[in-house]
Design a protein around this ligand. Structure first.
Ligand code: NAD
Ligand code: UD1
Length: 336
């Protein structure tokens, strides 16, 4: 069975490709490499000892995407291609709406033409906006605080409307919490361009000496130690969640949404402590003002995915930190 992975060269996509190949699927990747490198594709092949097809294509290019579907018998799509930097989306909203929203519309049109009706879509916990309480369940009210988040919300709505118009579709929307870690081989991992925006890549780059010190955004939140609390999830657990979601699209029609998180929240200081313990490296840090748009506490209620998909996150915080460190220390400059 052949699965198309859009954005398959990226951080999450490359780990999903490993799982797909190890589960015996044939894999076709479409990626424009705007935020990734072909090296990740090579490494996925090295980890699995299996081949997969790669097309360097922008999903906005309908004719080229059409060609991918005509050349391969695609049975389902895992749709990850998208831009994901919150600050950038505030600076350049049109780019985000075009890429994330129009890109998805183009993909759906081509899927429909080739009668491919199974999709797993990468959404984000960001669609919960400022949650009223934790843990966050799928039925909480939704809202976005920035253009990136709004593209995710809009795509969710588009997919819901699309299903209403055609009940033969089978769609699973996955709302990721905070993916960190790397494949235990240390061959693939997160490789942000420029200075990282997210906590873990910043920490690992401080640990290898590429950055001087971490800035902790806010120490006056109503949390255990005043720093922000998040639900960090190991990237391999997240990738495994996609296998379960894909199986769900194979066995039933409809549209469902699931949180992919651990259900446990850790503060920034707890992350630093766990990382220092497993890496043996000191992470110098200083406190600064809260980052605009940040919330105090965010963690998932992951029960729906457990009940419906039979999926739970198994890897703990130390394993997440150890695998992030393993990747960064073996690949000082990421894939380059
Ligand atoms: P990533 O940037 O590493 O991967 C995204 C991939 O999509 C990249 O390889 C990029 O080159 C590709 N891409 C972007 N626009 C494209 C286009 N128009 N055509 C073809 N390829 C395109 O990011 P990631 O962390 O792997 O995230 C994957 C998906 O998961 C994204 O949609 C992101 O919004 C979503 N997500 C990520 C997180 C996270 O913390 N990493 C959290 C929630 C949701
Ligand atoms: C951020 C995005 C979110 C996106 C997710 C994954 C914002 C406001 N939110 O989530 O929409 O889905 O990344 O891409 O950008 N922190 C520091 N110092 C740093 C970096 C982070 O103290 O240098 C803190 C943050 O304040 C937060 C925690 O670490 O409390 C996690 O931050 P981060 O990794 O950026 O994830 P989110 O903010 O949860």
């Amino acid at each position: 069975m052949t699965i198309l992975v859009t954005g398959g060269a990226g951080y999450i996509g490359s780990h999903i490709c490993v799982e797909l190949l190890q589960h015996g699927y044939e894999v076709v990747v479409v990626d424009n490499l705007s935020n990734s490198s072909f090296e990740s594709i090579k490494r996925v092949k090295a980890i699995t000892g299996k081949d997969m097809k790669f097309y360097q294509i922008d999903i906005l290019e309908q004719e080229k995407l059409d060609l991918v579907f005509s050349e391969n018998t695609i049975e389902g799509v895992i749709h990850l291609a998208g831009l994901k930097v919150v600050g950038e989306s505030v600076q350049n909203p049109l780019q985000y709406y075009k890429n994330n929203l129009i890109g998805t519309l183009v993909l759906c049109e081509v899927m429909d033409k080739y009668n491919v009706k199974k999709m797993v879509f990468s959404s984000s916990a960001t669609v919960y906006g400022i949650p009223k309480k934790v843990p966050i369940s799928e039925d909480f009210s939704l809202g976005a605080t920035n253009p990136y988040g709004r593209t995710k919300l809009m795509v969710e709505e588009v997919l819901r409307d699309y299903y209403i118009s055609n009940h033969n579709w089978s769609i699973v929307i996955l709302r990721y919490f905070n993916p960190i870690g790397a494949h235990p081989s240390g061959k693939i991992g997160e490789d942000p361009s420029g200075i990282p925006n997210n906590l873990m890549p910043y920490v690992t780059q401080v640990a290898v000496g590429k950055l001087k010190e971490l800035t902790v955004f806010g120490n006056d939140y109503p949390t255990v130690d005043g720093t922000g609390v998040r639900d960090y999830i190991h990237i391999v657990d997240l990738a495994k969640g996609h296998m379960k979601a894909l199986e769900k699209t194979m066995t039933s029609k409809g549209i469902e949404v699931y949180n992919l998180g651990t259900g446990i929240g850790y503060s920034v200081l707890e992350i630093i402590a766990a990382f220092e313990k497993v890496s043996g490296r000191k992470i110098p840090y200083k406190f600064a003002e809260r980052r605009a748009g940040d919330i105090a506490i965010c963690y998932a209620n992951p029960l729906k995915a457990k009940i419906d998909l039979g999926w739970i996150a198994k890897r703990g915080i130390e394993e997440m930190c150890a695998d992030s460190w393993n990747w960064q220390s073996k690949n000082m400059n990421g894939y380059s």
